[in-house]
Ligand binder design. Structure first.
Ligand SMILES: [Fe+2]
Length: 145
């Protein structure tokens, strides 16, 4: 959500982030932070609050890259979104601007009651099955390329 706002209303800064991301790699979020401005997570969280979204959802948007920094500790929703973001990046799904998974928050793994071995098993086994099932459902509706 924050990226859409940044791209729409601050296209020059957004383009600079993308250019820098191509130069240095890493994550979109890390490049944003290195430039010292607001991040898409902060913009999205602010917008969510302005829209009166429920607080847990606003926190999840705001802290989806840094669930360990959320005021609720552990923040299960932010942790779940963070892990989902990392998991889909392992399969190059979506187009969030990067495929960097180095920012995996180990606290999010613990917050979800998982171990790193569990996460590896999810990536190696469960995720592929879930993606296959999702593809089949989306193909039924003609939404999968
Ligand atoms: Fe993000």
């Amino acid at each position: 959500m924050g990226k859409v706002v940044l791209a729409q209303y601050f296209p020059e800064e957004f383009d600079k982030i993308l250019i820098r991301l191509r130069e240095v790699g890493g994550s979109f979020h890390a490049v944003e932070k290195s430039r010292g401005g607001l991040t898409h997570a902060e913009v999205g969280g602010f917008l969510g609050a302005q829209w009166n979204l429920p607080d847990p959802l606003v926190r999840a948007i705001r802290f989806h890259h840094t669930p360990g920094a959320a005021p609720e500790d552990p923040d299960h929703i932010a942790s779940a979104i963070h892990l989902a973001d990392v998991l889909i990046k392992t399969r190059n799904i979506g187009s969030g601007g990067d495929s960097d998974i180095s920012g995996l928050d180990e606290g999010a793994i613990r917050a979800m009651g998982l171990t790193e071995d569990d996460l590896a098993k999810i990536v190696e086994e469960s995720l592929e099955k879930e993606l296959k099932d999702s593809r089949e459902i989306l193909e039924i509706y003609g939404s999968w390329e």
